[in-house]
Design a protein around this ligand. Structure first.
Ligand SMILES: Cc1ncc(COP(=O)(O)O)c(C=O)c1O
Length: 314
């Protein structure tokens, strides 16, 4: 269950957690008119640090732009607000959720006169698919629901409305006893999980669906592509046929929530040896070493939360 923290940031001010209400007739409740982010702040050996803050803020503003939402805050202001929020709530690690939404005003579908509201909340959060999932892997299915098709709901935007599709995928998987569902795109190629991107390994080479396959441009996806390259593992962004999931040596999910979660079976067909494979393990090791602060942050992925003194004269 969600554990409240003290403050939530709203349009430039910190308000009490319990005061962060919206009206039942806000545009967002009827029409799903919101864009948002999911960001992790990790507890590193040097204190809390936000993972890939700049990329998340950029994707938030991209999502808003796609939906013609004018955000009153710059990328720098939003980044500063997130850092301050984590400090104010005295979190050692947490999940950060900025939401830009269309608020209360008109109730028609045309949203252009409805005020845009920006909120940022944070709270404590553990492993998304369970601690065990990271080491043993999860059992998943291919969903009977297709991922949102191109030119219907834009997949590059992380919009609230997209998650109605994700909910259908996730509920179906859950009810049928699977940890997660994988959606195919409109053409029948592998797209992504309800809240994760997907990677497939065969003969030492990693494949992942391209952005044109209705995937969210995942920040962890990008992280894995960079990390794999640095480890000398080749990654190709290419269409992935469904049956590739069954004959792969390894399949794994990536996401802010799921981090790097191995998949041990798809549709009850065992993937590889039915446990975490060597490529996923190698990537996990490199990833977790950076986010807990034990390896050097060579890519500059972590933004420390602690205030650093600005040197005089800079
Ligand atoms: C549909 C979907 N795909 C992929 C991802 C992974 O994206 P990221 O790595 O930026 O969290 C998420 C999570 O935000 C998601 O909701």
């Amino acid at each position: 269950m969600l554990k409240p923290t003290e403050k939530i940031w709203h349009n430039g001010k910190f308000i009490a957690w319990d005061d962060a209400h919206i009206h039942v007739l806000a545009h967002v409740t009827s029409y799903g008119s919101s864009v948002f982010e999911g960001i992790r702040c990790y507890e590193t050996k040097n204190g809390p640090a936000i993972f890939r803050l700049d990329r998340h803020v950029r994707r938030l503003l991209d999502s808003a732009k796609i939906y013609r939402m004018d955000v009153d805050f710059t990328a720098d202001a939003l980044s500063a607000a997130m850092l301050e929020l984590v400090r104010i709530n005295r979190m050692r690690s947490c999940y950060i959720r900025p939401i830009v939404m269309r608020g209360y005003g008109d109730v028609g579908v045309l949203p252009l006169n409805v005020p845009v509201q920006t909120y940022i909340a944070c709270w404590e959060w553990g492993k998304y698919l369970g601690e065990e999932a990271l080491s043993h892997g999860v059992d998943v299915c291919v969903s009977s629901w297709t991922r949102i098709a191109p030119n219907t709901l834009p997949a590059l935007a992380k919009a609230g409305a997209n998650y109605m599709n994700s909910q259908l995928i996730r509920m179906e998987a859950h009810i049928n006893g699977y940890a997660e569902g994988i959606a195919l795109d409109e053409a029948g190629y592998v797209s992504e999980g309800s809240g994760e991107n997907i990677f497939v390994v065969r003969d030492g080479k990693i494949h992942t669906p391209p952005l044109g396959a209705s995937v969210l441009p995942g920040i962890t996806r990008d992280t894995i592509i960079e990390l794999a390259a640095s480890l000398g593992i080749s990654v190709v962004e290419t269409l992935v046929p469904r049956e590739m999931l069954y004959i792969a040596d390894e399949v794994f999910f990536t996401g802010t929530a799921a981090e790097i979660t191995p998949i041990r079976s798809v549709d009850r067909i065992t993937v590889g040896k039915g446990s975490r494979g060597p490529v996923a393990e190698k990537l996990q090791k490199a990833f977790f070493a950076i986010i807990d602060g034990h390896a050097e942050d060579q890519f500059g992925w972590l933004t420390p939360v602690a205030k650093t003194e600005q040197p005089v004269g800079v």
